[in-house]
Design a protein around this ligand. Structure first.
Ligand code: PGA
Length: 249
């Protein structure tokens, strides 16, 4: 059985003061009890890892970052290595988010290398894939995602079993246009079948999260789908109460 995993993605939001209020609400909320067998995490901007590490030390909410360098160390000004993330208590890191593929020109190969660097440090990469509206409207959604997943399988091979994949259709991110549960399930199924072509064991173990306009109102239906193993939650994760509702969904 794969656990249900809910991961918040704050993106470039937060401040020391607002984070403190969020952390205390969520820590208290989780203490009140959640359905068994679930995992929870929040991926925060680099400067807030330390604040969150301290606030979450006794909480089941695990910590994550939103990007990692594809290099181990050295002359890479502005980059943050997987080793540094581990020092700051990160258990997860998002790689290949569509906002990074789009604004920072990250390629499938770079994304796969970043995931490998995270795994080398015992950090679980949450590897994002997903098609744009144009790609879906022209009937290429499955092919595009297939290409993204192929690059990951090629680079990570069996190590994929320790990773998570997040299917995040670009047209659903931050738009309020959530993929319907059947549409999301169809793509999650396609990804799992593709992984099974490589290795059935890996395919049955890898968690595949859905991301894109998850809200308390649609989370239950999405999480009930057989191949949806949880969610990557952007906008709604900024509101502590909404995030807790999604964790409970
Ligand atoms: P959203 O973002 O929930 O605001 O659509 C999801 C994501 O980008 O991870």
């Amino acid at each position: 059985m794969r656990p249900l995993i809910v991961v918040g993605n704050w993106k470039m939001n937060g401040s020391l003061t607002t984070n403190q209020a969020w952390l205390s609400t969520v820590v208290t909320g989780l203490q009140k009890g959640m359905p068994a067998g679930r995992r929870f995490a929040v991926c925060v901007p680099f400067p807030y890892l330390s604040q969150c590490m301290n606030a979450l030390s006794a909480s089941p909410l695990l910590l994550g970052a939103q990007d990692v360098s594809a290099h181990v160390s050295g002359a890479y000004t502005g980059e943050v290595s997987a080793n540094m993330l581990r020092d700051l208590g990160a258990s997860y890191v998002i790689v290949g988010h569509s906002e990074r593929r789009m604004h920072h020109f990250e390629t499938n190969d770079a994304v796969a290398l970043k995931a490998a660097c995270a795994l080398d440090e015992g950090i679980i990469p949450i590897i994002c894939v997903g098609e744009t509206a144009d790609e879906r409207n022209s009937g290429r959604a499955v092919d595009v995602v297939r290409g993204q997943v192929n690059a990951i399988v090629g680079q990570l091979q069996d190590r994929l079993v320790d990773s998570l994949i997040a299917y995040e259709p670009v047209w659903a991110i931050g738009t309020g246009k959530v993929a319907s549960a059947p549409i999301a399930q169809e793509m999650h199924r396609a990804i799992r079948l593709q992984l099974a072509e490589f290795d059935e064991e890996v395919a049955s173990h890898v968690g595949i999260l859905y991301g894109g306009s998850i809200k308390p109102e649609n989370a239950t239906e999405l999480f009930a789908m057989p191949d949806i193993d949880g969610g990557l939650v952007g906008g709604a994760s900024l509101d502590a109460k909404e995030f807790l509702e999604i964790c409970r969904a």
